[in-house]
Write a protein that binds this ligand. Structure first.
Ligand code: SAM
Length: 276
């Protein structure tokens, strides 16, 4: 029984909160190392009992950790008692005003987001960090391997989806390493991986209206068995001829599917459709 993953008698892990605590003591130092946080601020999502938090606290200037489950907080605070540079906030990372929190807690300090994410909200959390354009330098998180592959898939490749386009728009993503199920308690059914998104200073493509760009991307991927032409036309309610012309002007074949389009093609297509 480790103090970072107490046995069932002390704490029954809550599946609904994605509680899989890290028990392999080699994994947390690796994540903290790869997060490149020496001397900067860290916003940690889901500290649990603090296995990763202590490794972050050893390297970062300051760590602020948001944990939803009030039952773990007393033990978490005890485990962190020798680290005065950690602040624990009880709350829901999907609900907290993160921009305000970053400003209040870190001021001008550069900040990275790090966490062994609860898997039930991996994509919504990452999308939230990206779409709100939070002032952070990078996001280094553990996710299910399949989710990691999808998030980091290059637009234009078979595995990509609307979420990959958002990841590539705002960041430069990398899959760092895999983590086996046996590294956690309770063990998840699948392999996990750690990914790192380095936030770009400027988006990867130039678009005039980001919201419209992502409406087009989401529509294109919205009906995966259809061609991009049919999916966009159905979901955006734009006439087929207009979509066909916009695609032709962007150099996209009429029968192309969304997963074959590059970021540049999506940007050109969105721009052409915006003008129609
Ligand atoms: N970091 C710990 C570790 O590696 O052992 C725990 C990781 S566990 C996969 C995910 C943690 O996120 C749990 O402690 C869970 O209670 C917490 N959590 C789940 N949903 C959350 C939310 N919406 N906001 C903040 N924390 C959440």
């Amino acid at each position: 029984m480790t103090k970072y993953a107490p046995g069932k008698e002390q704490h029954k892990a809550k599946k609904s909160l994605g509680q899989n605590f890290l028990v392999d003591s080699t994994v947390c130092p690796r994540i903290a190392e790869k997060a490149q946080i020496d001397g900067i601020g860290v916003l940690e999502i889901g500290p649990g009992f603090g296995a990763l938090t202590v490794e972050l606290a050893r390297r970062a200037e300051k760590v602020v950790a948001i944990e939803i489950d009030e039952d773990v907080i007393p033990q978490l605070l005890e485990n962190l008692s020798e680290f005065p540079n950690v602040t624990v906030i009880q709350g829901d990372a999907m609900e907290v005003d993160l921009r305000l929190l970053l400003e209040e807690q870190f001021g001008d300090m550069p900040v990275a987001i790090v966490g062994n994410l609860p898997y039930y909200i991996t994509s919504p959390l990452i999308m939230r960090f990206l779409e709100e354009e939070l002032p952070v330098e990078s996001i280094t998180v553990m996710v299910q391997k399949e989710a990691g592959q999808r998030l980091c898939a290059v637009p234009g490749s078979r595995e990509c989806g609307a979420v990959s386009a958002a990841v590539w728009y705002y960041s430069e993503p990398k899959i760092l390493f895999d983590v086996r199920p046996g590294a956690f308690r309770p063990q998840p059914k699948v392999t996990s991986c750690v990914i790192r998104l380095e936030i770009r200073k400027e988006p990867s493509v130039d678009v005039n209206d980001t919201e419209w760009f992502f409406s087009v991307v989401r529509a294109a991927f919205g009906q995966r068995r259809k061609t991009a032409l049919n999916a966009i036309s159905a979901l955006l309610g734009t006439g087929k001829d207009a979509v066909r012309n916009a695609m032709a002007e962007a150099g996209i074949a009429e029968n192309a599917r969304a997963e074959t389009l590059t970021m540049e093609q999506f940007a050109a297509l969105a721009e052409n459709l915006r003008k129609k």
